[in-house]
Structures are given as structure tokens and as C-alpha cells.
Design a protein around this ligand. Structure first.
Ligand SMILES: *[C@@H]1O[C@H](CO)[C@@H](O)[C@H](O)[C@H]1NC(C)=O
Ligand SMILES: *[C@@H]1O[C@H](CO)[C@@H](O)[C@H](O)[C@H]1NC(C)=O
Length: 779
């Protein structure tokens, strides 16, 4: 029987202008938004209905604050009862401080903005063979996936067509709202089983009410439709759900989701009974992952994962390729990085009579350049207004390194100055990884290195320099593209800045050129072009102004995240069955360098949902593991731990006892800070291939400079769901000269039928290098 995937979309609305409310904070009576976590023992009681709790928090506030502090009156935005205990409210700073001092309140956190982890590049791709997670999912029961994103645009989208003869599972209690712009009766069906929106935190932060048309689950950005159809869209005949993308998180500096709205969406998703939650959001450019107790997604997902057994997959963020850039780093999250696939958008630069070809990539779909070459000139940074009249007219202009977010605009600058084509150098940060962009003239993006080659050609030829751009379109297949997958340059990387003992990301999945559903809308509201182009320019973008495609290419770890959401074997199975070799049989490469990636980039490897259905052994974590992790490994206070545990942390960990000394959350990977003698970690594995007795033996791939001992070296399982323990000791080898910051290895348990693989990452003590300082500064 085919597994049926159903979908409920819980959007948080995009923040288009971050309020400056907090900036001006003169008198003590300016209100801003806070999330107040209440000790469960003191929370207003409610047996079943949310509504009762919601009504109760204003009286909780009246009872908690002295009368003189009740002006201006606090305004409750949301109450939380499932993914967290407490409420979001408009409070003055004095009111917030007072609440924070009460024993009944665990924490008062200013409401913050998060970002969708993607940038987008609209382009009609054509339809491709169905493949990937959705078609691979088999099984019995329906799975409702909650996608917390920007909404959904289901109308006329085959990905959201009703499933014949099905109904949501009886445990699903959600539903669809109707608004003037979203007829829930019509748009929701047996596939899209719910749609809701959460806007109060957004409105409060912006200080403006949304108008009625905007108050809707309708997706007007494309992001949510894209992620939702990737996670759970029906396998459209002839359409592909596998794909990949690149993240330039810096290109959406002023949009985001308020954490109070995200928390409300989580709360309802849990109450509604979804089985999987996909969150493609993280802190934005330059942001380190927040401390877990200040991270609404970490807090909310803890309750979803630990109490309800919901699988939560989250984007690793688009801040790569530097160290410590992974986001959503809590051990209970499945953190998904982005990989590339064997599909490229090739647009090479051919230099003059030499015929030297320089690799480039572009999504340009307009009329190509002619067969002959055109004069090639160095346009410097291609700033607006920087070209002398006539200097670039009719020529191909080479623009210096810049963030990919600005490539479309720089091409447009060249077009306006009369240029015939443009070659845009990628950012130094992404090195070899070139990300194709949409263009308004024949243009292509090249790496920094290719840019240098082109510049030296121009210098040698001067006025004789000439070139053309060859648009080869979509090139796919292993023979014609470099080995795949690769880890995308933008994908967030370890070590884990908040918990060095937990390897993040967990896995990588397609994050580039992901093909999925896309709403109908004007291109200029979706592409980033609105940042730069005025309405007049629409006439110059004929291929953007035409009927909007139903499918689109997007880039970002957001696009990778929903790939990991369609089934629920849990993070352990996805990690231990992930593969680490590319199509050429080499270790998966890093697109940034072209060399082998490390587990800090690819996690346990590229996920393989089919193999994850039969993992052999799984690493399960209990709440006690997480409590020990939060208390002993992270050193959180009882109040901070209680934010997660909801029951007030009754199961407080004793960090001195040897049973909790291994504070590794029974993680299916090993990340070890080896700054002393030796480190011992303990793990439990449960046999889920339960048909027969079986014996697993261990194969250790020791990292350079480290002696790894596993004890016992073999595990015998009886029939049934049995659990065994083992212990791993990591010991630095005497006299070994390790010059790298990190070394890597693996532990594989095998019974001949299953390989249960865990990566090992060793973090050597930081010398006084910049990374160590950066990490120290962030912590
Ligand atoms: C919503 O759709 C249903 C079913 O097509 C229709 O009966 C109803 O009138 C619509 N409601 C509105 C407000 O348009
Ligand atoms: C397990 O790994 C070994 C060594 O890499 C390989 O030869 C073998 O085919 C793998 N077995 C399975 C079932 O994947």
C-alpha cells in the first residue's frame, strides 16, 4: 500500500520591515514583544481547550504584576500550551524584568526575527522524472507533515491535488482556515489537510496591522509553496521532487518570521497531531546559532520530539562555508545541510581566438548571443552609474567579485549602460562553487579563479580581447557533469558552536536546483529584483512577466530540509544509512574547494531515505539523555533546563555519576573535543531488524593521531527489540603530529546485511587561530 503524505501548512508571515520599536526605548513604558516561559506548575490550568488558557494569561499578568505596573496594559498575543508553556505579549521592559524575577516564570525572551533559509531564482525548468523521497516512501499509515514557512499556494497545483479515497489520519485534529484570499473549503482537500496563519508577532513588531487580503495562509513569496510541495507534494507525473539550491541568506536582510509566530505555529502543529514538522528557518546572515534556551525552535521542537515523537527537520542554514556556521544545532533536531545534484545550468565563456573555455553558470533564458565574439572589457565592480557612455556599449562586460545576490542587478546595470552581455565573478567566500542566477541580458556567473583567468586574458589582449557566452542550458547526468553530490558552499557547517559534542549538520540532502511547486505571482515580488528594479523595468523583463511557471528552481538549505521530512524513520536511521561516496566512488566533495568534504560539512553523509527504512540498529534518545546533556554538557541552570522539560525539570541530572558522565544524548555520531588525556563516550543501540538473532561487529576507522577503542567489539542481539550498550574511548597517540584543526574517522557496526555507520570528528584544542577566537567570541 502506498504511503500517503498529507500536508498541513502553518505559515508565519514574512516580515517585510523590521520594526525599529526596540531601537527607540526612552521612557520605561514603550512596549515590545516578549515570549514569557511560565513554570508549568504555575501555568493556568486547562484540561483540553486552548481558548481557556488564552483567556487565562491576562489574569495571570494581573495577578503577577503590582497594580502600578499594569500601565500601559500588557497585551497577550498568544498563549502556548503544547510546544511550550507560557505566552507572548507586548510588555514594557520594566514589566518584562519584573516577570523574569518571579519564581513562576522561567524566562522572558525578547521576540526575535528568523529568516527563511533560501534565496530564489525563478526559472521554468521543464518537467522531470519523478524521483526522490516522496516516491520512495512506502508503508502503511498517513503522515501529516507540518511545514512552518511562508504559507502555501495550492490552487491549480498538481502537487496539492486531492488524494483519491483518503482522509487524514484520525489522530489529526487540524484544519483549514478561510479568509478573503484563501477559500479553505475549496483549496484544502485530502492532500492539503490544513492551512493556518500566525501574524500577531509580525504585526506587533512592524507596528502596522496587516490588511484583510494579507491575513491568509496564502503564500505570496513562493518559499512555503516550494518547501511544502518538496516535503509532501504528490509525485506529479513527469515532475521531479529532487533538487538542490544555493543559499545566499544575505539577500533577504529585511525579511523573517517572528519567533512568537513560529512558536504559535509549532504549538498548533503539535495540538493538531502532525507527525513531522519541517522548519526551513534559521538566524540570518552573520548569525551564530543561538543558545538553545534562547532559541524558540529548539524549545518548541524539544516538546514536539521528546513528548510527542514528532520528527522535526530543520535547515542547517546558509551561512557556510566557514566553521561553526551550522544553525539549528540541538541534538533532537534533524539538521539538514545542502548538497548539489548532477544537474547544471551551463553557460561558458569562450575567450577570443584562443578558444579557451571558462566554465560558468546561468539561468538566463532569453535570446542568446550570436556565433561571433564581441569585445570583452573589464567593468570593475559594475556599480550603477560607473560606466562612461559608450565604453561598454555592444560589449561583454566582466564584473568583479560580488555576492551572488547582486549578480542579477549587476547584469542589469550592464544592460542599462548598453552592454551586450556580462560575466559576473562569484564571491571569494564560495570559491569554486558557482551559483547560476537569473539575468535580464545574456550573462553568466564564474568563480573567482575563472575571473582571474579572464582578467589576465584581457590584460594580455587589451583592445583585442573578445569573447562570447555559450548557453548550453540544463546539463544533467553523470557523464556530463562533475561527480555528484557535492556539499554546497553555502551550507552551514560544524563544529557545533553551542554543543561541540553533537555533530551538526546531521545529513545533507538536495539543496540546489530543487524543483517544486511555485505560486502564481508577479516575478518582481519573488526574485529579489524588487530590491533594485522599479515597475517600469517589468517591460524589460519579458520572460519574467509572462505566465508564471508552476515549477521553479530555488536554492538553500530550506530546499534540503523538506527532503528529509517526508518519512519518519527518525534522525538516527537517516544518519546511519547515509552514503558518503559520490557518483565517481570518491568521498563526497565540497563544492567550495572541489576536494573531499568532511563530516563537519556533510554530517553523516547524503541521506538515503530508502535505506533508512531498514537501518538495522537505531540510537534512541530518552528525555533523561537530553536532561543530562543540557545540565552536564551545556551547564544550563535548573530554570533553563525546565524551559525544555516542561515538568519543571523533575528528572534533574546528577552530573557526577558515571552513568550520566557521557552527556552525548546517545547521538548517532561522535564529535569529540580532545584537549586532554582521553575521552570515553557511551552509546545504546536498539536492534530494529527484529526478525532474527543477529551479531554485529565493529569496524573502526581511526582518525589520524587518535587511538579509538570500542568495547565490546561485537554485540549479540536476541530476537525482538533489544538494546545493547557499548563504549568508545578516544585517546591521542603519543608523539603523533597532527597539524590539522580536526581529524575524522568512522565507526561502523555491521551484521553483514546492515552497515550502521557513525562519523567521528575530533576537534583538537584551538591554537590561537582565528577560528578559535571566533568561536570563543560567539560563545
Ligand atoms: C468557497 O468554496 C466553496 C466550494 O467551492 C463554495 O461553496 C463557497 O461559496 C466558497 N466561499 C467563498 C466565500 O467564496
Ligand atoms: C558495508 O560496508 C562494506 C565496506 O564498505 C561494503 O563492502 C558492504 O557492501 C556494505 N554492506 C552493505 C549491506 O551495505
Amino acid at each position: 500500500m502506498a504511503r500517503r503524505l498529507q500536508l498541513v501548512v502553518l505559515p508565519c508571515l514574512l516580515l517585510s520591515a523590521m520594526a525599529a520599536a526596540a531601537a527607540a526605548m526612552p521612557a520605561g513604558d514603550v512596549q515590545s514583544s516578549y515570549i514569557v516561559h511560565v513554570a508549568p506548575a504555575h501555568a493556568p490550568r486547562s484540561k483540553s481547550r486552548l481558548r481557556l488558557v488564552a483567556d487565562a494569561y491576562p489574569s495571570f499578568l494581573r495577578a503577577s504584576l503590582p497594580t502600578r505596573m499594569l500601565r500601559p496594559e500588557p497585551r497577550v498575543l498568544y498563549s502556548y500550551a503544547h510546544a511550550a508553556t507560557g505566552f507572548a505579549a507586548r510588555l514594557t521592559r520594566r514589566q518584562a524584568e519584573r516577570l523574569a524575577s518571579l519564581p513562576s516564570v522561567l524566562a522572558v525572551v525578547p521576540d526575535g526575527a528568523r529568516r527563511l533559509q533560501t534565496t530564489r531564482t525563478p526559472h521554468f525548468l521543464g518537467l522531470m522524472q519523478a524521483s526522490g523521497l516522496v516516491s520512495a516512501s512506502r508503508g502503511a499509515v498517513s503522515v501529516v507533515i507540518g511545514v512552518i514557512d511562508s504559507g502555501v499556494y495550492p490552487e491549480g497545483r498538481a502537487s496539492f491535488a486531492a488524494l483519491p479515497d483518503t482522509a487524514p489520519p484520525p489522530t489529526f485534529r487540524g484544519g483549514c482556515v478561510s479568509t478573503p484570499t484563501f477559500n479553505g473549503t475549496e483549496l484544502c482537500n485530502s492532500k492539503l489537510v490544513g492551512a493556518k496563519f500566525f501574524h500577531k508577532g509580525h504585526e506587533a513588531a512592524v507596528g502596522l496591522a496587516l490588511d484583510e487580503a494579507e491575513k491568509s495562509p496564502l503564500d505570496t513569496t513562493g518559499h512555503g509553496t516550494h518547501t511544502a510541495s518538496t516535503a509532501a507534494g504528490s509525485a506529479v507525473e513527469g515532475a521531479s521532487f529532487s533538487g538542490y539550491a544555493e543559499g545566499k541568506a544575505a539577500c533577504w536582510p529585511d525579511t523573517g518570521c517572528m519567533e512568537s509566530d513560529v512558536l504559535a505555529a509549532f504549538d498548533e502543529a503539535v495540538a493538531d497531531g502532525v507527525r513531522v514538522i519541517s522548519v526551513s528557518i534559521a538566524f540570518g546572515a552573520g548569525g551564530w546559532a543561538p543558545r538553545l534556551y534562547e532559541d524558540a525552535v529548539a524549545v518548541a521542537s524539544y516538546n514536539a520530539v521528546v513528548r510527542r515523537g514528532i520528527v522535526v527537520s530543520a535547515a542547517a542554514g546558509n551561512e557556510g562555508p566557514g566553521d561553526f556556521t551550522a544553525q539549528n544545532v540541538a541534538p533532537w533536531l534533524l539538521t539538514v545541510g545542502a548538497s548539489t545534484i548532477d544537474r547544471q545550468f551551463v553557460a561558458n565563456v569562450v575567450l577570443g581566438s584562443s578558444g579557451l573555455t571558462v566554465a560558468g553558470a546561468s539561468l538566463y533564458a532569453g535570446a542568446p548571443l550570436g556565433d561571433g565574439t564581441l569585445p570583452l572589457v573589464d567593468g570593475g565592480a559594475c556599480e550603477y552609474g560607473s560606466f562612461d557612455a559608450g565604453k561598454v556599449a555592444g560589449k561583454i562586460v566582466v564584473c568583479g567579485p560580488s555576492d551572488y545576490a547582486s549578480h542579477t542587478w549587476k547584469g542589469e546595470v550592464v544592460r542599462r549602460a548598453g552592454g551586450a552581455g556580462a560575466v559576473l565573478a562569484g564571491s571569494a567566500r564560495y570559491r569554486l562553487h558557482v551559483l547560476p542566477q537569473h539575468h535580464t541580458l545574456p550573462a553568466t556567473s564564474v568563480s573567482m579563479y575563472a575571473y582571474r583567468t579572464i582578467l589576465s586574458y584581457i590584460n594580455s589582449q587589451q583592445a583585442l580581447a573578445a569573447a562570447t557566452i555559450q548557453f548550453l542550458g540544463t546539463v544533467s547526468g553523470q557523464e556530463r557533469t562533475p561527480p555528484s553530490p557535492r556539499v554546497a558552499a553555502f551550507s552551514g557547517r560544524g563544529p557545533n558552536i553551542r554543543a561541540p559534542g553533537i555533530l551538526k549538520p546531521d545529513v545533507v540532502a538536495p539543496g540546489e536546483s530543487v524543483l517544486a511547486s511555485w505560486p502564481n505571482m508577479r516575478a518582481s515580488t519573488t526574485t529579489g529584483l524588487e530590491l533594485h528594479l522599479d515597475d517600469d523595468d517589468e517591460n524589460s523583463l519579458p520572460h519574467l512577466a509572462t505566465a508564471w511557471p508552476q515549477f521553479n528552481v530555488m536554492y538553500g538549505t530550506s530546499m534540503a530540509c523538506p527532503h528529509a521530512s517526508g518519512d519518519a524513520p527518525g534522525g538516527s536511521a537517516l544518519m546511519t544509512t547515509a552514503y558518503n561516496l559520490d557518483s565517481a566512488g570518491d568521498v563526497i566533495r565540497d563544492a567550495t574547494t572541489g576536494r573531499a568534504s568532511t563530516p563537519f560539512a556533510r554530517g553523516a553523509g547524503h541521506m538515503d531515505p530508502n535505506r533508512a527504512l531498514d537501518p538495522g540498529l537505531v540510537y534512541n534518545a530518552l528525555e533523561a539523555d537530553y536532561v543530562a546533556f543540557l545540565t552536564c554538557e551545556l551547564g544550563y541552570t535548573a530554570k533553563q533546563v525546565a524551559l525544555f522539560t516542561k515538568d519543571g525539570g523533575s528528572a534533574a541530572a546528577d552530573c557526577s555519576s558515571s552513568s550520566t558522565a557521557a552527556t552525548d544524548a546517545n547521538y548517532p555520531a561522535f564529535s569529540v573535543l580532545l584537549d586532554g588525556d582521553k575521552v570515553t563516550q557511551r552509546r545504546r543501540v536498539t536492534n530494529v531488524g527484529r526478525l532474527s538473532t543477529t551479531t554485529y561487529s565493529v569496524i573502526v576507522g581511526s582518525p589520524p593521531g587518535v587511538r579509538v577503542t570500542v568495547n565490546p567489539p561485537s554485540l549479540h542481539f536476541m530476537r525482538g527489540l533489544t538494546t545493547k550498550r557499548y563504549e568508545v574511548t578516544f585517546e591521542p597517540m603519543q608523539g603523533a603530529q597532527v597539524t590539522d584543526k580536526y581529524s575524522f574517522g568512522s565507526i561502523v557496526w555491521t551484521d553483514g546485511k546492515h552497515n550502521v555507520t557513525s562519523p567521528i570528528a575530533i576537534i583538537w584544542p584551538p591554537s590561537s587561530d582565528a577560528d578559535g577566537e571566533a568561536a570563543a567570541a560567539a560563545i
